[in-house]
Design a protein around this ligand. Structure first.
Ligand code: ADP
Length: 349
């Protein structure tokens, strides 16, 4: 008899321990309020969500959550709830559900702060992208209307507006091309091949030689040591192109741009240094954000889309690497990309 009793006690304890283990390991907060409003159970995540263990449901904040518990009890139906908490800034989502017959309510809450943040970024992005596309689209429409009336009366004006129409159309398609690259990069890069990085950098730099000479810029490339990375040649090309393109656009005639590839601490390092206009310290941490520009007019004048550095950051991160910038206003900027290296193989491309 005594044996059976102690066996029952042991098994009840084990059951309780298992239940407590499950409830405390969940990311969801779980709380049970009795028919009289007293809180009979709250797991540790719920205590974190609510900032402590509420003794009674009247102690539950914010009010939306307390109201959901009351609604579930009074209307005998599940009551969904979403609430915002300050300090730290957090969002909780879940529902209160009536359980049993004595007016008890089970409240389950999840922290959805990250989902909210991603949602907000998406909403901002759609708003920004629409705005960026609207500007050239409106300019195209205005130019087309002017051309329609001017073509018979004033051919010179029509020609001028045709030029404007063309450059706005180029701008529009540049934004669309960058947006497409960005959305492709968001799903990752194909990291199939071992890529001969110095060769890739030399090829990309060569594309800018003509433009640099036209603008009176010295463009140097140093690729002293062989270094391979595993990745996508297309995307790494895009990365290098965007960095050199920026250096060319933000450096005044007579300036210098130096592109180098090396190996440091088992990492491949691509450096693009310019003696250009530089970036104010307060803007440095934001330049990799989509559509962020220090000087909107200059970016626009030189054909920028505001997406180049965001593309660079995505490519670097897709390859397990990172990008950094150092800059001094009026002196110049250095962008540095670090990537994991791949063992050199005879078939490197
Ligand atoms: P954009 O198309 O406007 O150049 P990016 O995303 O490539 O957009 O760069 C974001 C902003 O960072 C630019 O608008 C510019 O203000 C600044 N920037 C980028 N590269 C340089 C550079 N090499 N020198 C000075 N400013 C730069």
């Amino acid at each position: 008899m005594a044996d059976r009793l102690s066996e029952q006690i042991r098994s009840a304890r084990e059951e309780r321990e298992t239940r407590d283990l499950i409830l405390s390991s969940m990311t969801e907060g779980v709380l049970l309020a009795g028919g009289d409003g007293s809180v009979t159970f709250a797991n540790p995540p719920m205590e974190r969500h609510l900032g402590g263990h509420p003794g009674h449901e009247a102690d539950i904040y914010p009010l939306e959550i307390r109201d959901a518990v009351a609604t579930a009890r009074e209307e005998l139906r599940p009551a969904p709830v979403e609430a915002h908490l300050d300090r730290p800034d957090r969002w909780l989502r879940g529902s209160a559900v009536p359980v049993g017959t004595d007016g008890s309510v089970l409240l389950v809450l999840r922290d959805v702060t990250e989902a909210h943040r991603v949602d907000e970024i998406r909403r901002d992005f759609v708003a920004n992208a629409s705005h960026e596309l609207k500007t050239p689209a409106a300019a195209i429409q205005a130019a087309a209307e002017t051309i329609r009336t001017a073509v018979s009366e004033d051919p010179a004006v029509a020609r001028r507006f045709a030029g404007q129409l063309e450059s706005e159309a180029v701008r529009l398609s540049r934004i669309v091309a960058d947006l497409l690259d960005l959305s492709r990069l968001e799903t990752g890069s194909e990291l199939g091949d071992a890529i001969d990085l110095p060769r890739l950098v030399r090829e990309e730099t060569a594309r800018f030689e003509g433009r640099a000479a036209e603008l009176g810029l010295r463009l140097l490339v140093t690729t002293d040591r062989p270094v391979d990375v595993r990745g996508s040649a297309r995307d790494l090309g895009l990365l290098v192109r965007n960095l050199i393109d920026n250096a060319v656009r933000y450096t005044r005639p007579g300036g210098e741009i130096e592109v180098s590839v090396g190996r440091e601490d088992a990492r491949a390092v691509i450096r693009v240094r310019d003696t250009g206009i530089g970036i104010p310290t307060r803007d440095l941490h934001r330049v990799f954000e989509r559509f962020y520009r220090v000087d909107r007019a200059r970016s626009r004048e030189t054909g920028g889309t505001g997406l180049g550095l965001s593309i660079v950051k995505h490519v670097a991160e897709n390859h397990g690497g990172s990008v950094d910038v150092r800059s001094q206003l009026g002196v110049g900027s250095t962008f540095e990309v670090r990537l994991p290296t791949a063992p050199r193989s005879p078939g490197s491309t």
